[in-house]
Design a protein around this ligand. Structure first.
Ligand code: ADP
Ligand code: MG
Length: 390
């Protein structure tokens, strides 16, 4: 404290005055820290608000508040006091969260001031800025922990809801399957009946077609609810993808969709159901095509990571709002016209991926396109050797 007082004003001021001034500075600094802590303690607003409020507390704690401005930079976000200008004398401290450099806090004098310990700044101001940077790091850490908690909670609730719907759907599907088989079976028998009047034949055909359609929906519901067995054999995911996109080549040309396939050359064999994985790829590709009515780019990537195979399907289409993303895997959720979608594509994808012990994640924003990322665990190939190739 006394050293700092000496360095000010060339040590001309009388000792009592120096002490009083030093004390005033110290009070300013401590109250700055105290107020930052207070903001943090009773904070309930958005995170942008909290950093903006913190940054505004900084300049008054410096020796020349009238020319002091401050800025907090966190990742790519910036919060500054009004009139902040780069280029003047600057004091800065790094914000380090969990050992990782995440940003910086800066105090800038917009006009020159007499030289002190660190440019025009005091040593105590350096300690204060370091303390503020640490405090910001604590806030970042706390907020990220909270975000992670609520993300996990949401995920859990979602999984729970999906499981409940799955059980319900499977129950209904089983119950409907039997009467439906009768309808279909007897309609087909009648079709072959020699005495069938001609006029009734188109009607019978309608019954058969409708029953087949209903059976498809039931099949998908059972797949979603994981009530159909997964036959696991050694499967080359790259081959599955190439097979699936072959079905759409002429569509891609017609719809002006550019296809980019970046398949890992070192794809190991997966313990999987090839038919079901094909269905996964087909569903994602169909959705991507439907999301790009004016053309665009479809990128399909495979990667091999530690113990996992990753498949990424990315489009440059219309994207989705967070509300749509929330309901994506719910059976019958669709934003499409009746004959365009049933809302069963992604629930089926979800069911199949889960049955393979994998996960699916989506990233999307309206107008920005959509990315689906599927991760499937790698089982040791030795476990597969006794199983039939699928
Ligand atoms: P369907 O395609 O029959 O509507 P899905 O389960 O496949 O059912 O998809 C549900 C909804 O998710 C779609 O209606 C659409 O709104 C949205 N969606 C899925 N994939 C995409 C995508 N790639 N881009 C934009 N929206 C998508
Ligand atoms: Mg679909």
């Amino acid at each position: 404290m006394s050293k700092r007082a000496e360095s000010k004003a060339g040590a001309v001021a009388p000792p009592a005055d120096q002490t009083a001034r030093a004390l005033r500075e110290r009070v300013k600094e401590l109250s700055c820290l105290y107020r930052i802590n207070r903001i943090f303690d009773d904070f309930i607003g958005s995170s942008d608000d909290i950093y903006q409020r913190v940054v505004e507390l900084i300049p008054p704690a410096w020796q020349y508040p009238e020319v002091a401005s401050a800025r907090i930079t966190l990742d790519a976000r910036r919060y500054a006091t009004p009139g902040f200008q780069e280029g003047g004398p600057t004091q800065a401290a790094d914000v380090v969260v969990g050992g990782k450099h995440r940003g910086v806090v800066e105090v800038v004098y917009t006009e020159p001031r007499p030289s002190l310990d660190e440019g025009p700044f005091l040593k105590d101001e350096r300690s204060l800025l370091d303390a503020i940077a640490r405090q910001i790091a604590v806030i970042v850490e706390h907020q990220e922990a909270q975000q992670e908690r609520s993300r996990l909670q949401k995920q859990l609730m979602h999984a729970d809801r999906l499981a409940t719907i799955g059980q319900l759907a499977a129950g209904v599907a089983h119950e409907l399957n039997e009467p439906l088989s009768s309808i279909l079976g007897f309609a087909q028998l009648l079709q072959r009946e020699p005495g069938m009047p001609e006029g009734g034949k188109p009607d019978l055909q309608k019954i058969v077609t409708a029953s087949l359609h209903a059976r498809e929906i039931i099949k998908k519901l059972l797949l979603f609810a994981r009530q159909t067995p997964t036959f696991k054999g050694p499967v080359d995911l790259n081959k599955v993808i190439l097979g699936a996109i072959d079905l759409f080549r002429h569509h891609f040309e017609k719809e002006e969709i550019e296809l980019l396939c970046l398949l890992s050359p070192e794809m190991p064999l997966l313990a999987a159901d090839a038919g079901q994985l094909t269905q996964v790829v087909v569903n994602l590709v169909v959705n991507a095509m439907q999301a790009m009515p004016g053309g665009g780019r479809l990128t399909i990537q495979t990667q091999v990571q530690e113990g996992h195979v990753v498949c990424v399907v990315e489009d440059t289409g219309v994207g989705m709002t967070p509300e749509v993303q929330d309901r994506l895997f719910m059976p019958f959720f669709t934003t499409k016209e009746v004959n365009q979608g049933t809302g069963l594509g992604l629930p089926v994808v979800h069911g199949i991926v889960a049955a393979h012990g994998g996960t699916i994640a989506v990233r999307s924003a309206p107008g920005q396109g959509t990315t689906f990322t599927i991760r499937l665990p790698l089982e040791p190939v030795a476990d597969l050797e006794n199983r039939p190739e699928s």
